[in-house]
Write a protein that binds this ligand. Structure first.
Ligand SMILES: *Cc1c(COP(=O)(O)O)cnc(C)c1O
Length: 646
């Protein structure tokens, strides 16, 4: 049972909305429901009380004639996440009298947008915060972006000779580029290339860990992990470097046990295991300076603070404390120096900073068309029975029986139709009556303590589907591919009680293009409670926490392509506390077609030819022909999503 059914009488408050949608539970301090019932953004929770009303953002986007759906990026949120992680490490390192420093890097695969990487590099400058690349194209980008000579550049992923040469180019430029060896043959190749070019590398070894991450990505660790060296290979690698006179190039030990780790224990175990390997290598005479604990810092997508896949049972502070204290404990026991600590948190840095705003463009009701069911002369007995049931519903009845009877009549009617016993019109009347009865059954149970299972499922069968102007495959690909929960909340009207429930469907012609899992009152529900909204005004929904992975994974599904984007900066002196600095245009139809090897300009010429032919034949007037040609070209140049302005 959802909120809308249970408490229709009580006055609805913002606290009720907060309880239903859980905005502060998943919002990480950046989002809240304002007194006016709109979602507000708090771009800098540490410092001030700037509040950005998302409704004001939407109004400005509309004034600028930017079409929805739109990705909205809050640059201040991104900066704040970088600062929080670095400051937390500083505080705990000082509190623990830890001797090493924190030297984090941001893995650009999590969101490679240039503006995003630039903002992270800029915010991280005072902390010598670096970047991580996992492929040659990413390394090319990182070499151009990470110009701070004190910040690390960490290179993971499988590497070829070109990749290694680019890394050495970075060394020539004075950068701290660390080549992390993922498999043994990379080391022999690196030794060869660096001797050829006479450039000393900085080498890291990735350890295959026994400690397992949990959650979806636990395959990143263990014996069969794709990346990394096992213990015997680590020893062999160290000995090889010694033999080649390159012992002093071995500086870093790396591991990564998976992304979105729900369980803090896994992190503690892995830190402990890596600290032991580090200590042994130091005792073998290798002066390692860094231990890199990889990514995995989770996000509480569902706000439950639990070990569910879409949550985590720890805070950023606890994570940092476990890494720092865990490392210190082992090193002190072993009598080795505390190494500098590297993390490669991606998701935790970027998830909060962007959201997708889409409009509701239609509502699909299960019992959409109600037809006239007045009694006729020779109605079939099934129709009579159903009408009888509908006409005599009262509080005295056993509603479970009503449910069973109605369901049985409907099934019989469907068979009777197939056997040509009843006609289409009669079947339609039976359906109409059936849904009328079901609404009453549902209403009857609204305050009941016990609700039979089949009646519970009526909530979903009777709920609407809201058609939204976006593509799941572009904007929320994880929710489709790996069942990741993303918070979805109406942007406005939250000061009024929900009046309807619905799931969401997108505009792709794929039946998978839907969202029917929501976190409502801290539990998974299949429908989203919706407040009343006017059909004459656009109504907007926000998909939140889309800044990590989602943002850059969208494919060309149904040829929708990238979304329009607005980049928002907070600005205290502005009456609305923000300004839009940049508008990045999403994919045009022309663009997505040419990626698929079409030639839009010759397509336009062809269409013009066909139109001209019809004009010559007198089937289209010349003036009209010109208009159609222009219209075809206008659509080619336009946005791929629904144009709701015309
Ligand atoms: C993907 C990846 C990361 C980022 O992980 P998050 O869970 O997003 O922090 C870090 N390091 C490596 C090696 C990765 O493959």
């Amino acid at each position: 049972m959802t909120q809308s059914d249970k408490q229709p009488e009580k006055t609805w408050t913002i606290e009720d909305a907060e309880r239903v949608y859980g905005v502060s539970s998943w919002g990480g301090g950046y989002f809240e429901i304002g007194e006016n019932g709109n979602i507000h953004v708090i771009p800098e929770p540490r410092m001030n009380d700037v509040r950005i009303d998302m409704k004001a953002v939407i109004d400005e986007i509309r004034e600028e004639n930017i079409q929805f759906p739109v990705v909205v990026r809050f640059h201040d949120v991104l900066r704040s996440q970088v600062i929080t992680l670095n400051e937390t490490f500083r505080e705990i390192i000082s509190e623990a009298s830890y001797q090493g420093k924190y030297r984090g890097v941001y893995p650009i695969k999590v969101n490679q947008m240039r503006e995003v990487v630039e903002e992270i590099v800029d915010a991280g400058q005072p902390y010598d915060y670096g970047l991580e690349a996992g492929s040659k194209p990413e390394l090319l980008a990182v070499l151009a972006m990470n110009t701070n000579l004190n910040a690390l550049t960490i290179l993971n992923g499988y590497k070829d000779e070109e990749f290694l040469k680019l890394a050495l180019l970075g060394r020539k430029l004075g950068r701290k580029v660390v080549v992390v060896i993922e498999k043994f043959s990379e080391l022999t190749m690196l030794i060869k290339v660096s001797k050829q070019l006479d450039i000393a590398p900085i080498i890291g070894l990735r350890a295959k860990m026994q400690s397992k991450g949990q959650g979806r990505w636990q395959g990143s660790s263990g014996e069969r992990a794709k990346f990394g060296l096992n213990v015997s290979e680590i020893i062999k690698a160290a000995r090889l470097l010694e033999k080649e006179g390159m012992s002093d190039t071995l500086k870093l030990l790396h591991f990564h046990i998976g992304s979105q780790l729900p369980e803090i224990r896994a992190i503690k175990d892995a830190v402990n295991e890596s600290a032991r390997i580090y200590a042994e290598l130091v005792k073998m005479g290798f002066a390692l300076e860094y231990v890199d604990v990889g990514g995995g810092l989770g996000i509480d997508y569902d706000g439950s603070k639990s070990t569910a896949d879409s949550s985590r049972n720890y805070s950023v502070r606890e994570y940092v404390a476990d890494v720092v204290y865990g490392m210190r404990e082992v090193c002190d026991l072993e009598g080795v120096p505390h190494p500098n600590i590297v993390t490669e948190s991606g998701r935790a840095i970027t998830a909060h900073h962007s959201c997708v705003i889409t409009e509701v463009v239609g509502e699909i009701k299960p019992d959409g068309a109600q037809i006239d069911t007045a009694a006729g002369e020779d109605d079939h007995i099934l129709l009579k029975n159903m009408r009888d049931l509908a006409d005599h519903l009262s509080g005295e009845l056993n509603f479970q029986e009503v449910y069973n009877d109605a369901t049985q009549y409907k099934e019989q009617a469907s068979d009777a139709f197939k056997l040509r016993v009843i006609g289409l019109e009669e079947l339609g009347k039976i359906e109409t009556l059936y849904w009328q009865i079901m609404r009453k059954v549902k209403h009857f149970y609204r305050n009941a303590d016990f609700v039979p299972e089949e009646v519970q499922s009526l909530d979903f069968s009777l709920s609407s589907q809201y058609l939204c102007n976006f593509s799941i495959f572009q904007s929320a690909v994880d929710s489709w591919a790996i069942d990741q929960i993303l918070p979805v909340v109406p942007i406005t009207n939250l000061h009024t009680p929900p009046v309807n429930d619905g799931s969401l469907v997108d505009i792709t012609c794929d039946s998978d293009g839907k969202i029917d899992k929501f976190v409502i009152e801290h539990a998974i529900d299949h429908v989203l409670p919706m407040p009343a909204f006017s059909k004459d005004e656009p109504f907007y929904l926000g998909l939140f926490l889309t800044g990590a992975y989602q943002d850059v994974m969208g494919d060309m599904h149904n040829l929708f392509g990238r979304l329009n984007e607005v980049h928002i900066f907070s600005y205290d002196d502005d009456p609305q506390d923000f300004y839009i600095e940049e508008f990045v245009k999403g994919s045009s139809v022309e663009h997505v077609l040419s990626v698929m090897q079409y030639h839009p300009s010759s397509m336009a010429i062809d269409i013009k030819k066909y139109i001209d032919k019809e004009v010559a034949a007198g089937n289209i007037k010349p003036r009209e022909g010109v208009k159609w040609t222009d219209f075809y070209e206008h659509c080619l140049a336009g946005y791929t999503y629904l144009n709701t302005e015309s």
